[in-house]
Design a binder for this molecule. Structure first.
Ligand code: M6R
Length: 612
């Protein structure tokens, strides 16, 4: 969480940093701040609230300077307020620091610094780091770079930092451990940021900083060393970035834009991988690990939130087509158990951002145990993408709304491709059936398109139930993960309490909640458990619950029982089932908007959860 931007060059730094921070607000948005250095003077401007509030607050101030650092915060230590907002200045004003991550041993360090007469104004761990760097710098009389390096050797936890020293004002020192940092290399100018979006209009030359490395950028160049002071040759990558992808493109919110992008994002995910004529799936990134996949004793899928839900659908697909036993684990639970994993296991880590701290730690654990670890990530060059043995990018394009939508359908598309590819390679699927399955997969985008045309009906249902304090979501088989995802979407953006349940589990407790005020969303498109779900709907109706059912177009049975039906086009298998999430995404979106919620930046959340 938290976004960092730094600039050094020939242009005015403030507008570049402010615009960059706006693009990083998906990482946190409870406070914002910028420090600008101008002829040895350091100006710090920070505020509780969003980046635009900071911009408004300093509108009348003349902020000049061609070097600066900025931060948009998701609070960990200390409430969101002006004082706890970054940048943080060291006690004697020698260092200014922005930080993404958590300094776990900050209280021990703070005690030691207090014993050396350091005082603190904020409750943050970052101010402790700023003071630690300054203490070392003044005490040891070493360069700012060495002081930062030495201080970091005393720190436990995660950090992506950018630091300016007022005695050496023509450089930015940046370092990372477990929190991402990317450097941008322009002409006579350099950038540092949590991802490349803040500087894509200035340069496409980037260097992804590795863990435990420290970079010094000045107008004259860039140098990178490990935290142990060993020089590293910067590896420059050229990124292709479509600028339109990070704009709203006429939509009122990123979330709605991203929901509507799904026909394209799924197509992009399948493109160059599914070959209908050849009746083949070819995923370049997996060629080397195919034997391990085919011979896997077991698959363990790890992820968090929506990515975990995609994993649950993956379980269904892998067991059905690849006939490999699957376990799906919350990364945060998996990493702290003592799981039994060995070299015959394949671990698949799913993450939109590729930066989720728990998922990253789960990968490291699995690698240590000898498993083959694959990543399914959306963000190119992200930590998870680089930490895994092999992987597949989802190609969904930047997802900026905090609620994950297009990333989910892209993740499920990738899982379907892998499950089918392995299933076919193991001769579990005959060529004719394989062709039908590929057809179903490549048909998903146009079916999603069709569901999107029903938005008005969904909006109408949203209007009716936007004030309900609770919702229940039910599904069986492959619709159970969809029910969980529908419930998560609703709660995270509308703040309505929602529970997702396997429909048959309802009788074991949740049925007690049902009365004439409880909307129950049932995913009931036709599949092999259709009759069973019809029974479950009857059970809800018998208790006067309000049934909103997602059904196959033309369904006449459920239409007569349910209070409202949301239709989706027909499909045959669990692969097509992913389209049933679209009405649920739209339902949550409209309810949240009608309740006046900020759907792109819901309270207390951040897009990229880089703290555990
Ligand atoms: O970037 P990741 O996919 O690893 O993120 C995992 C979760 O934090 C994420 O899916 C979260 O649950 C979303 N806000 C759900 O919409």
């Amino acid at each position: 969480m938290c976004g960092i931007v730094g600039y050094i060059g020939t242009r005015e730094a403030f507008p570049i940093i402010i615009n960059g921070l706006k693009r990083l607000e998906y990482r946190g948005y409870d406070s914002a701040g910028v420090a600008i250095s101008n002829n040895g003077q350091m100006g710090i401007y920070k505020i509780k609230g969003k980046v635009s509030q900071l911009e408004d607050a300093v509108k009348k101030t003349d902020i000049m300077g061609t070097i600066g650092i900025g931060h948009t915060r998701w609070a960990t230590h200390g409430a969101p307020n002006d004082i706890n907002a970054h940048p943080h200045k060291s006690m004697n004003g020698k260092f200014v620091v922005v930080h993404n991550g958590i300094i776990e041993n900050y209280s021990v360090l703070k005690k030691r610094l207090t014993a050396r007469h350091y005082t603190f104004v904020s409750q943050t761990d970052t101010e402790v780091l700023a003071n630690l760097i300054e203490y070392i710098y003044l005490f040891a009389k070493i360069s700012a770079e060495d002081a930062v390096r030495f201080a970091l050797s005393k720190v436990q936890g995660a950090y992506g930092i950018a630091v300016i020293c007022t005695d050496e004002p023509d450089k930015i020192i940046a370092a990372r451990k477990s929190s991402p940092l990317v450097l941008g290399i322009g002409v006579d100018e350099y950038f540092v940021a949590s991802d490349a979006t803040p500087f894509v209009e200035y340069t496409n030359q980037v260097v992804y900083l590795d863990n435990d490395t420290l970079a010094v950028i000045s107008r004259n160049g860039l140098s990178i060393k490990t935290i142990k002071n060993v020089p590293v040759t910067p590896e420059i990558t050229e990124i292709n970035f479509d600028f339109d992808e990070i704009e709203k493109g006429g939509f009122p919110d990123f979330m709605l834009k991203e929901i509507y992008e799904q026909p394209h994002s799924i197509t992009d995910t399948l493109r160059g991988r599914v070959y209908m004529q050849e009746n083949e799936i070819n995923i370049g990134g997996l060629l080397d690990v195919m034997p391990r996949l085919m011979n896997a004793r077991r698959m363990i899928i790890v992820g968090c939130g929506t990515s975990w839900h995609a994993g649950l659908l993956g379980e269904y697909l892998f067991e059905e087509y690849a006939r490999i036993p699957v376990e799906v684990e919350y990364a945060s639970e998996f990493r702290y158990r003592n799981p039994i994993i060995n070299s015959e296991d394949v671990v698949i880590a799913i993450s939109q951002s590729g930066e989720t701290a728990d998922t990253l730690a789960a990968i490291q654990l699995a690698k240590k145990c000898g498993a083959c670890v694959l990543g399914i990530c959306n963000v190119v060059g992200s930590s998870i993408a680089r930490e895994t043995h092999a992987g597949v990018y989802t190609h969904a394009g930047p997802e900026i709304g905090v609620a994950s939508t297009k990333a989910f359908t892209a993740q499920v598309s990738v899982l379907a491709m892998i499950a089918l590819m392995v299933g076919r390679a193991k001769y579990n699927i005959k060529p004719v059936q394989y062709h039908q399955l590929l057809n179903e997969l490549t048909d998903v985008p146009k079916k999603v398109e069709e569901v999107l045309t029903t938005a008005d009906k969904i909006k109408h249902v949203a209007e009716l139930y936007k004030d309900s304090p609770n919702f229940i979501y039910l599904g069986r088989g492959c619709y159970y993960p969809i029910a969980l995802e529908g419930a998560l979407k609703l709660k995270e953006i509308s703040y309505i309490h929602a529970e997702g349940y396997p429909a048959a589990e309802m009788k074991h407790g949740p049925i007690a909640l049902i009365d004439d005020k409880m909307p129950v969303v049932v995913i009931a498109a036709k599949d092999k458990s259709y009759e069973k779900i019809v029974n479950n709907i009857q059970e809800v109706k018998a208790r006067k619950g309000i049934v909103i059912a997602v059904v196959t177009k033309g369904d006449t049975i459920i239409s007569q029982m349910a209070d409202y039906v949301l239709e989706v086009p027909e499909f045959e298998t669990a692969i097509g089932a992913m389209i049933t999430v679209i009405p649920l995404q739209l339902l949550s979106y409209y309810i949240a908007v009608m309740r006046g919620c900020n759907v792109d930046q819901p309270r207390n959340l951040a897009k990229s959860v880089t703290v555990e």
